[in-house]
Design a protein around this ligand. Structure first.
Ligand code: ADP
Length: 216
């Protein structure tokens, strides 16, 4: 089984994956965790170069199909090298980003009416042609891009070409919400009814509820 945590940069994915891992361990579940892109591995080098701006300083400088393929290469090499065997044996896999991040990021480079065709190409390419597993559950951490800027402000100089661009993050959110509606991702809103950021634990409890529904 494959569960993916998705969301724009700074939406809290790695925070939530850390909480999820501790919770799964405490509750006695066996799992394997993934984190994309894998900058430190050979398969992640094209994605790393793209994010560093080697192919253009703005996200729109690289054709979205080409940019997307850099990240696809990272995923398929990770699958073949590291987790195909345990996935096929039935181990629970939890992932910080996945193919869904291509829908979020590169889908944002199209006007809304052309995104569906891109999503369709993307999911056919990765899940059917490359043979990557399809997630059983995708959780979208949904947060407005202006709220994210505040959370990311501490990252300063380390920001990549995506994180530096506020308009880009706003369009990524739109693209992710569009994909969520089309493909049945579970949306978890990070802003509470009072208009403030929900606590990490509150968000975690909601995510864990959805996960328990499919792993128990
Ligand atoms: P991502 O992995 O999606 O880029 P992170 O998990 O690194 O996001 O979160 C970005 C920043 O926001 C981190 O500094 C993290 O500690 C902080 N953060 C994440 N979720 C919350 C939350 N619910 N409330 C307050 N701060 C948060």
């Amino acid at each position: 089984m494959l569960i993916v945590i998705e969301g724009i940069d700074g939406s809290g994915k790695s925070t939530q994956l850390a909480l999820l891992k501790s919770r799964l361990t405490a509750d006695g579940f066996v799992y394997h965790a993934l984190d994309f892109p894998r900058y430190g591995r050979p398969g992640g080098q094209l994605a790393k170069l793209y994010l560093q701006g080697a192919f253009g300083k703005k996200p729109g400088d690289v054709n979205p199909y080409a940019a997307s393929s850099f990240f696809s290469v990272d995923r398929i090499s990770s699958y073949l090298e590291d987790w195909r065997g345990i996935y096929e044996q039935g181990t629970l896999i939890v992932s910080d980003r996945y193919t869904t991040s291509n829908a979020t990021h590169h889908g944002s480079k199209f006007p809304p009416e052309r995104r569906e065709a891109f999503f369709s190409w993307l999911f056919t390419f990765e899940y059917e042609l490359l043979g990557l597993p399809k997630p059983d559950l995708t959780i979208l951490l949904d947060i407005p891009s202006d709220a994210v800027q505040e959370l990311l402000s501490g990252r300063g100089e380390g920001k990549d070409i995506h994180e530096r661009d506020t308009d880009y993050l706003r369009l990524c959110r739109e693209s992710a919400l569009q994909a969520a509606a089309l493909y049945g991702w579970r949306r978890v809103g990070c802003i509470g009814g009072d208009g403030r950021l929900r606590s990490e634990n509150d968000i975690h409890e909601e995510i864990y509820r959805y996960i328990r529904e499919i792993i128990c």
